[in-house]
Design a protein around this ligand. Structure first.
Ligand code: ADP
Ligand code: GN1
Ligand code: MG
Length: 370
C-alpha cells in the first residue's frame, strides 16, 4: 500500500479519540522523515484548538503498541517532574490523547496505527537555526532532557528499534545492501561506498568506548534533530522535546552528535549545492556550552572528550543509512524527489570531510569546557 492509502482512514481515526471539538481541517504537517503527521484544527465553543494526528510508521517501528507504552511511561514521568518544579505540563512535554476506550493508540480498519497529541501552543520547530541562540536553547533542552531521564527506570522501556545506533551493525547492513544491490544502483555510487569503507574504524570508536566501559549507557533521546524540539514562539526558549519514539538506552555523545550533524551544518540536510555544506564552529561551540549546561554536570570527563567523536560518528552513520536506503530502493526514509536519499548522503559525506578539516579546532573547543 502507498502512504496515501495507509493514511486514508484519517476520519475514522479522529472519531476514535476522545476530544470534544468539531474537526475543521486535517492537513499534512511538518518535515519528519518517518511518521505521517497531520495538523488537526478543531472548534470548541467558538475557539479553535490544534492537535497533532500521526500514523505511526509500523515498517520502522515493528511494535507500535509497545512504542506507545514507552511514550506514555516517559511522558507521565516527565509530567510529574515538570509539576514538581512548577512548570507547565501542557507545554513542556507531549500530551498523548486517549481514545474513547482509554487507549493511547487506535488501530484502524486497514491496520494503520494512529495517535494524537495536544499541539504545543505558541511554539515553533525549526529546520534551520535562525541564530546561534536557537541552537544554544536546543542544546540546553536536549541536555536537560537527558538529565531528567537519569531518574527514570530504563528497564521498563521496550527497545523500539533494536541496535538503533549500533554503528558497527549499521555498517554490516550497509555492506549487505551493497552486496545484494537489489536496485542495481551500487555501480553509480562507487565513490560513496568507498568513502564509508575508508571510515569503518571511525564508526567503531564510540562503540568501543562503551564496550570497554569508558563511557556509560544512559537513557537518551536518540533523534536529537533541531526539528524535534519546540521553542517558545515569543522568547525563543527551548520548551519541549518531542518525537519520543526512540527514547532508549544510548550514548550521550550520540545525542550531542546528532544535533551537531543536523543543526551545525550550514546547509540543509538535503542541499544539492554541496559548496554550501560546512560545519559552523560557532554553532558547534554554542551547542557544546548549551548541552553541557543542560546536562548539569552529569557528563564524565571521557564523555566530554568524546563529543567531537560523537558528532563525526553520527554524521557518518546517518549518511551511510541514507546511502543504504538509496541502494535498497528508498523504503525507510520519506523521499520527495528522485535520488533524495543520495542527495542527503552527499551532504553528510561533505560534512564529515569538513569536520576532518576542523578536527583540531573541534577538540580545542571541547577542551575549553572540560
Ligand atoms: P517524525 O518521527 O516523522 O519526525 P515527529 O513526531 O517529529 O515525526 O513530528 C513531525 C513534526 O510535527 C515535528 O518536527 C514538529 O514540527 C511537529 N509536531 C509533532 N508533535 C507536535 C506537537 N505536539 N505540537 C506541535 N508540533 C508538533
Ligand atoms: C529520522 O523521524 P525524524 O525525521 O525526526 C530518523 C533519524 C535520522 C533522521 C535524519 C526513527 O528522524 O534516525 O537521523 O531521520 N528517525 C528514525 O534526518 O529512523
Ligand atoms: Mg521528528
Amino acid at each position: 500500500m502507498t502512504r496515501e492509502e495507509l493514511c486514508a482512514n484519517r476520519s475514522e481515526a479522529l472519531k476514535a479519540f476522545d476530544f470534544p471539538e468539531n474537526v475543521i481541517s486535517c492537513e499534512k504537517y511538518g518535515n519528519g522523515h518517518i511518521n505521517d503527521t497531520f495538523l488537526v484544527i478543531a472548534k470548541s465553543k467558538d475557539r479553535e484548538k490544534k492537535y497533532i494526528l500521526q500514523r505511526m510508521n509500523d515498517e520502522v517501528f515493528k511494535d507500535p503498541v509497545s512504542l506507545m507504552h514507552n511514550v506514555v511511561l516517559v511522558t507521565d514521568y516527565l509530567r510529574s517532574k515538570i509539576i514538581e518544579r512548577g512548570g507547565d505540563p501542557e507545554r513542556e512535554t507531549l500530551n498523548p490523547l486517549k481514545t474513547h476506550d482509554g487507549s493511547a493508540y487506535y488501530r484502524d480498519s486497514i491496520g494503520s496505527y494512529w495517535r494524537m497529541y495536544k499541539f504545543i501552543t505558541d511554539s515553533v520547530s525549526l529546520d534551520k537555526v535562525r541564530n546561534a541562540d536557537d541552537f544554544y536553547q536546543s542544546g540546553v533542552a536536549f541536555g536537560s532532557f537527558s538529565g531528567q531521564m537519569a531518574g527514570f527506570d530504563a528497564s521498563q522501556l521496550v527497545e523500539t528499534i533494536p541496535d538503533f545506533h549500533n554503528t558497527p551493525k549499521r555498517y554490516d547492513a550497509f555492506e549487505r545492501a551493497v552486496e545484494a544491490d537489489i536496485c542495481g544502483r551500487a555501480s553509480g555510487v562507487a565513490e560513496e561506498i568507498e568513502f564509508y569503507r575508508a571510515h569503518k574504524a571511525d564508526m567503531e570508536y564510540c562503540a568501543n568506548a562503551l564496550a570497554e566501559g569508558r563511557i556509560p549507557l544512559r537513557v537518551t533521546h536518540n533523534d536529537t534533530k533541531l526539528n524535534n524540539i519546540m521553542l517558545d514562539a515569543a522568547t525563543g526558549k527551548g520548551i519541549c522535546v518531542i518525537d519520543l519514539d526512540t527514547v532508549m538506552p544510548g550514548l550521550s555523545v550520540f545525542d550531542f552528535g546528532d544535533s551537531i550533524r543536523f543543526g551545525a551544518n550550514t546547509a540543509a540536510e538535503d542541499e544539492q549545492d554541496l559548496t554550501k555544506v560546512s560545519l559552523s564552529l560557532e554553532l558547534f561551540e554554542i551547542y557544546v556550552k548549551g548541552y553541557l549546561e543542560g546536562c548539569g554536570g552529569a557528563l564524565t570527563e571521557e564523555e566530554i572528550r568524546l563529543l567531537p567523536y560523537g558528532a563525526k560518528n553520527m554524521t557518518l552513520e546517518c549518511g551511510m543509512r541514507f546511502l543504504t536506503d538509496h541502494l535498497q530502493g528508498d523504503t525507510y526514509f520519506m523521499v520527495h524527489r528522485d535520488n533524495h536519499n543520495l542527495d542527503r548522503a552527499h551532504t553528510q559525506i561533505e560534512l564529515v570531510k569538513d569536520m576532518e578539516r576542523k578536527w583540531d579546532k573541534m577538540r580545542d573547543i571541547v577542551e575549553k569546557y572540560r
